[in-house]
Ligand binder design. Structure first.
Ligand code: TYM
Length: 338
C-alpha cells in the first residue's frame, strides 16, 4: 500500500554568533540574543561565542578569558538551552580559521575595503589596523558556511557582512560546483538597531565611553531606570513615532518590542503624559524584562563545571559538522588528502 503520510519537513537551521567583549547591551539583547532563545523550538539552532573575532581589537588576555566564560553563562541566562541548541566557543573548533583562509583567497581586496565596519573600526583604532580586522568578514563567512544554515539572525549592523558571505558562497559554488548553502539574513522588523540613550543618532554599543549611552543587561533595576530617565530626547512634548524624533523613536521601539504593543497603542497609552512618565515606564519594563536574566546569570556563573561540560560537548558536536564541510571544500579546491 502506498504511504500517503506527508514526510515531516526538515527543520530549518539558524546560526549566529556574538563577541565576548563585555556584558551584552540591551541592543545585543533586543537585536539578537532575545530572538535566539525564541527560535529554538521552531528551528535547529547553532549559537557560538566569536572569540577569534574579538582579537581583531587588542584585548587583555586574562579579561578575554573571563569574559568568554561570562558570555557563555549570559547566553544561557538569556534562554539559550545548550541541550536544545548547539552552543560552543569558536576557537574550540579549528575549522573556522581553516575555512576562513580558503574563503579569503576567494574574496577581493576591493570587496573587503568596502565594509563599513572595517572603515569605522580602523578609524577608531588607527594604531592597530591589522590584517585580521580587514579579513574579519571572511572569518564570519566561514563561521556561517561551515554549518549550512538557512537563516542568520542578526542586528542590522551585520547585514553587509552577510551580503559578502552570500557573494563568496555563490562565487565558490559557481567555480567548484554546489558546496555551500547560501544563507538568508534574518533581521527583526523592530529593534534591529537600538540606538544610544545618550546620542540617539549612534548605535548602542558596549564600547561607548559614556556608560549612560548603553544599558548592560546585568545593570541593576535602579540603574536601568536612571539611565532611561536621562535618555536624550527632543524639546517637544508629544510621545509619537515620527521622523526626526530619534530619541523618542528609540524608546518607543524598545517599549514596543518588550511589551508587544504597537506604536499606536503606545501613543494612546501616553497621550497627555510627559516624556518623564514615558521614560520611567520604559525603564521599568526593561528592568523587569531583564530581572530573570540577572537571576539566571547569577545561578549559572556559580556552576563552572556545568558551563564547561556544555561548551565541551558543543565543541565536539560542532567539530563533526564543521569537519565534514571543510573536507568537502578541501577536496573541491584540489588539496591532496592526507
Ligand atoms: P556583535 O558581538 O557585535 O553583536 C552581536 C549581535 O548583536 C547585534 N547588535 C545589535 N542589534 C540591535 N541594536 C544594536 N545596537 C546592536 N548592537 C549589536 C549584532 O547585529 C549581532 O547580531 N560579527 C558579529 C559576530 C559574528 C557572527 C558570526 C554573527 C561572528 N561570526 C556569524 C552571525 C554569524 C559581531 O561582532 O556581533
Amino acid at each position: 500500500m502506498e504511504n500517503t503520510t506527508p514526510k515531516p519537513e526538515r527543520k530549518k537551521v539558524m546560526l549566529s554568533g556574538i563577541q565576548p567583549t563585555g556584558v551584552f547591551t540591551l541592543g545585543n539583547y533586543i537585536g539578537a540574543v532575545r530572538n535566539w532563545g525564541n527560535l529554538q523550538e521552531e528551528y535547529n539552532c547553532i549559537y557560538f561565542i566569536a572569540d577569534l573575532h574579538a582579537i581583531t581589537v587588542r584585548q587583555d588576555p586574562a579579561k578575554l578569558k573571563k569574559q568568554t566564560m561570562e558570555c557563555f553563562a549570559l547566553l544561557l541566562a538569556c534562554g539559550i538551552d545548550p541541550e536544545k541548541s548547539l552552543t560552543f566557543i569558536q576557537s574550540h573548533v579549528p575549522a573556522h580559521a581553516e575555512l576562513s583562509w580558503v574563503l579569503s583567497c576567494h574574496t577581493q581586496f576591493g570587496e573587503l575595503s568596502r565594509m563599513t565596519q572595517f572603515k569605522d573600526k580602523s578609524a577608531k583604532h588607527a594604531d592597530n589596523v591589522n590584517a585580521g580586522l580587514f579579513t574579519y568578514p571572511d572569518l564570519m563567512a566561514a563561521d556561517i558556511l561551515l554549518y549550512k544554515p538557512d537563516f542568520v539572525p542578526v542586528g542590522a549592523d551585520q547585514k553587509q557582512h552577510l551580503e559578502l558571505t552570500r557573494d563568496v558562497a555563490n562565487r565558490f559554488n559557481n567555480l567548484y560546483g554546489n558546496t555551500f548553502v547560501v544563507p538568508e539574513p534574518y533581521i527583526p522588523k523592530a529593534g534591529a538597531k537600538i540606538m544610544s540613550l545618550a546620542d540617539p543618532t549612534k548605535k548602542m554599543s558596549k564600547s561607548d565611553e559614556n556608560v549612560n549611552g548603553f544599558i548592560s543587561i546585568l545593570d541593576d533595576p535602579g540603574v536601568i531606570v536612571k539611565k532611561f530617565k536621562r535618555a536624550v530626547t527632543d524639546s517637544e512634548m508629544e510621545i509619537a513615532y515620527r521622523e526626526g524624533k530619534d530619541g523618542i523613536n528609540n524608546l518607543m521601539t524598545i517599549y514596543s518590542v518588550i511589551t508587544g504593543k504597537n506604536y499606536e497603542q503606545i501613543e494612546q497609552e501616553f497621550a497627555g503624559k510627559g516624556y518623564g512618565d514615558f521614560k520611567t515606564a520604559v525603564g521599568e519594563v526593561v528592568a523587569e524584562e531583564l530581572r530573570p536574566v540577572r537571576e539566571n546569570f547569577e545561578r549559572y556563573s556559580k556552576d563552572k563545571a556545568y558551563l564547561q561540560e556544555m561548551y565541551r560537548k558543543g565543541a565536539e558536536q560542532a567539530e563533526r559538522f564543521a569537519r565534514r564541510t571543510l573536507e568537502k571544500v578541501y577536496k573541491k579546491v584540489g588539496f591532496l588528502p592526507r
